[in-house]
Design a protein around this ligand. Structure first.
Ligand code: NAD
Ligand code: DAU
Length: 351
């Protein structure tokens, strides 16, 4: 059985990946290693947790012994490394933990995979590969025109994006130096079910539903390229299956929107879905994020042409599905904001 080691599988994108893969393929096994930080939530996986081809291991990707044990007890074909500290605002206040998980954790996984897969000098077992799930933020910020391609120089600004760029360079180094089979994917902003309500879209949905203000950083005219999470998951699936060793693939929605447009769109959709009449005056302009990147936009033509991927979900449909999911899963959201994550959430958002 083809075996995947998915790291950070209790988080937003990792859990969407596991659910999608286990629903689509019955002949694979997935081992999910996650240390369950504030962002890891096993509720995300309740639909598949009892499957016999799914295993959860609570461990830190920085823990050499724990990761080595997984490799020695299983023939891992593919590592898909989602585990990360992923929130830019937190990285500004607490950079160290981003270096530890995002850089050191990635190097630890690379070492364990290399030790297990290498069968000679520059030779590795067939059908084994390391996929590093990275981000468009490693390229820095764009002006009004242009797109990030895979050859755009790395120019990260935040501690988060700097730690992801560092990890990418280590993955590249393991390909260049040891010929280890790897791919790097660099995706734009995701949205969809199970996203922790610290990121723009779920935070705005949660605040609108609970009658709070919607904090817009600076002038709200920053641009992000939004992609529905399932489309990202499908791009990773194709990268695992068809990605050429050593290659980087950009993934994007071809869907640029300003933050303020996203926020107004959320208010409109919630009004439509619930019959409420919430006014734009709940929007509150607040102090800008330090080092705030102005615009991200992805040129995804390489993955489209080489692997046959394209974004299937139109933003108008994806955002409605997402809002409906949060309305239908009020318990999930409530568990975060008032249940087991209450203290963390209060400290971040309610002081
Ligand atoms: P997330 O914060 O929702 O989930 C991260 C998961 O990693 C959590 O389950 C957490 O418990 C786990 N984790 C953190 N530190 C760990 C450690 N030391 N050991 C084991 N597990 C640990 O993140 P996400 O939004 O799902 O992002 C997943 C990956 O995709 C990240 O690498 C991120 O950089 C990348 N990415 C995210 C986006 C996006 O829009 N969210 C876009 C592009 C790329
Ligand atoms: O581009 C991919 C990246 O997208 C991922 O690598 C990151 O893990 C992910 O967090 C995301 O980073 P961003 O910083 O773009 O996402 P965030 O949701 O934090 O913010 C999106 C935009 O909205 C950004 O311009 C900041 C702004 N914002 C965000 C929050 C949380 C606000 O104006 N107000 C807010 O309260």
């Amino acid at each position: 059985m083809t075996t995947y080691l998915v790291t950070g599988g209790a988080g937003f994108i990792g859990s969407n990946f596991i659910i999608y893969m286990l629903k689509k393929y019955s002949d694979i096994k997935i081992i999910n290693i996650d240390s369950l930080t504030y962002a890891g939530n096993l509720d995300n996986l309740s639909d598949i947790e009892n499957k016999s081809n799914y295993n959860f291991v609570k461990a830190d990707i920085c823990d050499f012994d724990a990761v080595k044990k997984i490799f020695s007890e299983n023939d891992i074909n593919f590592v898909v490394n989602f585990a990360a500290e992923s929130h830019v605002d937190r990285s500004i206040n607490e950079p160290d933990v981003f270096v530890k998980t995002n850089v050191f954790g990635t190097v630890n996984l690379l070492n364990c995979a290399k030790n297990s897969w290498q069968i000679g000098e520059d030779k590795y077992k067939e059908n084994h590969k390391f996929i590093q799930v990275s981000t468009d933020e490693v390229y820095g910020s764009l002006g009004e025109e242009g797109y990030f391609t895979e050859t755009t120089p790395l120019s990260p600004h935040s501690p988060y994006s700097s730690s992801k760029a560092s990890a990418d360079l280590f993955v590249k180094a393991y390909f260049d130096t040891y010929k280890m089979p790897v791919n790097i994917t660099r995706c734009s902003n995701n949205y969809g079910p199970y996203q922790f309500p610290e990121k723009l879209i779920p935070l705005m949905i949660n605040n609108t539903l609970s009658g709070k203000k919607l904090p817009v950083y600076g002038d709200g005219l920053q641009i992000r390229d939004w992609l529905y999470v399932e489309d990202h998951v499908k791009a990773i699936e194709l990268t695992v299956q068809k990605g050429v060793y050593g290659e980087i693939y950009n993934i994007g929605g071809n869907n640029e929107k300003t933050n303020i447009d996203i926020i107004k769109n959320i208010i409109n959709c919630i009004n439509e879905e619930t019959g409420k009449n919430i006014d734009y005056n709940i929007i509150e302009y607040v102090k800008d994020r330090k080092g705030h990147d102005r615009r991200y936009a992805i040129d995804a033509s390489k993955i489209e042409n080489k692997l046959g991927w394209y974004p299937e979900t139109k933003f108008e449909d994806g955002i409605k599905k997402t809002i409906k999911w949060y309305l239908d899963n009020a318990k999930w959201l409530n568990n975060i904001t008032s249940g087991s994550y209450k203290d963390y959430y209060k400290q971040m958002y309610e002081n």
